[in-house]
Write a protein that binds this ligand. Structure first.
Ligand code: FES
Length: 115
């Protein structure tokens, strides 16, 4: 059985077998998720967001995820290296903080230019 996982905002999808981690699926889809700990729930760099309607497509959080993410789990945040796929799902990668800061600055400049 193959499952489909879609990564947003890249809008790239890949077919995977149940039991695949989100990180492995992202690599198969050629979607970059930064990591520093080798997928051991140590760096927290691989956080992804899962909308409520897709949360059931991932296995329950591991003990490591529960310990590391705590209340963020209730907001749909998961660790890509730990979250195991068990159904077709859509996963959203958060915007890179540096890119977000640049985008906000550009938006402010555009607003200033309008005045
Ligand atoms: S890769 Fe480091 S926490 Fe997931």
């Amino acid at each position: 059985m193959e499952l489909k996982v879609r990564f947003m905002p890249q809008d790239k999808a890949v077919k995977v077998r149940p039991g695949t981690t989100v990180l492995r699926a992202a690599r198969d889809a050629r979607v970059h998720i930064a990591t520093r700990c080798g997928g051991n729930a140590g760096c927290l760099m691989c956080k992804v967001e899962v909308e409520a309607e897709h949360r059931g497509a991932l296995a329950s959080p591991t003990t490591a995820e529960q310990r590391k993410l705590g209340p963020l789990l209730d907001q749909g945040i998961r660790l890509a290296c730990q979250a195991v796929i068990r159904g077709s799902a859509e996963v959203r990668l958060p915007e890179d903080p540096l890119k977000a800061a640049i985008r906000k600055q550009l938006e402010r400049q555009q607003e200033d230019d309008l005045w």
